[in-house]
Design a protein around this ligand. Structure first.
Ligand code: G1P
Length: 295
C-alpha cells in the first residue's frame, strides 16, 4: 500500500464571515490561542506522515506564505536576547527545503477546482486534502487515524461525523450502504442536500484521502451545488470505479469557518493548556454565573 506523502490545503477562500478581520488577514492566519488555523492543519498532516505540502492559495494571502518562511531578523534578535522558548516556538513554522509548494487558484470556482490545481504535483499517488477551517481536537490526529484505516480499505476516504438532520445543507452528505465500526461504505455522496432529501446524517468533514484517479473526474466536472465545481461530485462519480468510504474519526470537530465554531474552539484549546486552564476556567465560571443571575 502506497505511503500518503502529499497533502493539498485549499487556502484560497476569502473568509467573508470574519470581516473586517479578513480584510487584511487571511482567514487561515486567524489565531486559536497562539497558533494560526493553518498551523493546526500542518501539525495534523505532519503527524500523519505528510512530507509535501501544497497550498492552493489566492491573491491577498501573503501573510500565510511569509508565516512558513524564515524570519532571520526575528530569530537573530531572539537568539541575542536568550529567548529560547520563543525561538523554539518558531520551530513548527519551519518547512523542510522544497517541501512547501504554493499554487494560485486564479478564480474562486469551488473546492473541486481548487484541488484540481494540484494535479501535476500529485501525479500518480494517493494524497490527502485538509480544509484548515475544520479543526479537529483529539488524542490522535484525525488524518493519522484515516491513513491507518486507509491501508486496509484503499479508494477514496472522507472523514465523517453525524450531524443533526436540520444541518445537512451545510455539508457534503454520504449515502451509506453499510457501516462497519468506524467505516461507512458509501454508495453515493451529495453536496449540501436539504434535510428532506438528505441520504443520511453522515456529514463530510474536511479531511480526505483521494486516489489520483479523482483528477479525471475533476477535469470533467460541471457546476454543482451553488454553481461551484464540487469535490463531492467528483468523489460521488467514483463510487463504483474507486470506492468511497466514510471514516468516523475520534475527536471533536470545530467549524472554524464560522464565528461561533471559532470562539468555541478557542475556548476548548485554551482550557486544554496547563498554563492557562485554571485562571481561564474560573473566569468562565464567573461569566456563566453572571449570565444565569441576569436571566
Ligand atoms: C466543504 C465541502 C463539504 C464538506 C465541508 C466540511 O464545504 O464542500 O462537502 O462537508 O467542506 O467543512 P464548505 O464548508 O467549504 O462550504
Amino acid at each position: 500500500m502506497t505511503h500518503i506523502r502529499k497533502a493539498v490545503f485549499p487556502v484560497a477562500g476569502m473568509g467573508t464571515r470574519f470581516l473586517p478581520a479578513t480584510k487584511t488577514i487571511p482567514k487561515e492566519m486567524l489565531t486559536l490561542v497562539d497558533r494560526p488555523l493553518i498551523q493546526y492543519a500542518i501539525d495534523e498532516a505532519r503527524d500523519a506522515g505528510i512530507e509535501e505540502f501544497i497550498f492552493v492559495s489566492a491573491a491577498g494571502k501573503g501573510a500565510l506564505e511569509d508565516y512558513f518562511d524564515t524570519a532571520s531578523a526575528l530569530e537573530s534578535r531572539l537568539t541575542a536576547a536568550g529567548k529560547t522558548d520563543a525561538l523554539a516556538s518558531l520551530e513548527r513554522t519551519r518547512m523542510a527545503e522544497g517541501s512547501l509548494c504554493i499554487l494560485r487558484q486564479a478564480q474562486p470556482r469551488g473546492l473541486g477546482h481548487a484541488v484540481r490545481q494540484a494535479k501535476h504535483l500529485i501525479a500518480n499517488e494517493p494524497f490527502a486534502v485538509l480544509l484548515p477551517d475544520d479543526v479537529i481536537k483529539g488524542k490522535k490526529g484525525a488524518l493519522a487515524q484515516m491513513v491507518q484505516a486507509h491501508k486496509n480499505v484503499g479508494g477514496h476516504m472522507v472523514a465523517t461525523m453525524d450531524v443533526p438532520l436540520a444541518e445537512t445543507s451545510k455539508y457534503g452528505v454520504l449515502d451509506v450502504a453499510q457501516e462497519n465500526g468506524r467505516l461507512a461504505h458509501a454508495r453515493g455522496m451529495v453536496e449540501k442536500p436539504n434535510p428532506n432529501v438528505a441520504p443520511s446524517t453522515k456529514a463530510v468533514v474536511g479531511r480526505y484521502i483521494l486516489d489520483s484517479q479523482i483528477f479525471d473526474r475533476l477535469d470533467n466536472l460541471g457546476p454543482g451545488a451553488g454553481g461551484e465545481l464540487q469535490l463531492t461530485d467528483a468523489i460521488n462519480a467514483d463510487v463504483d470505479r474507486v470506492g468511497v468510504t466514510g471514516f468516523l474519526f475520534e475527536g471533536e470537530r470545530f467549524d472554524c469557518g464560522s464565528v461561533q465554531g471559532f470562539v468555541q474552539a478557542t475556548t476548548a484549546f485554551a482550557l486544554d493548556r496547563a498554563d492557562l486552564r485554571d485562571e481561564f476556567a474560573s473566569f468562565l465560571d464567573d461569566r456563566a454565573l453572571r449570565l444565569r443571575l441576569v436571566a
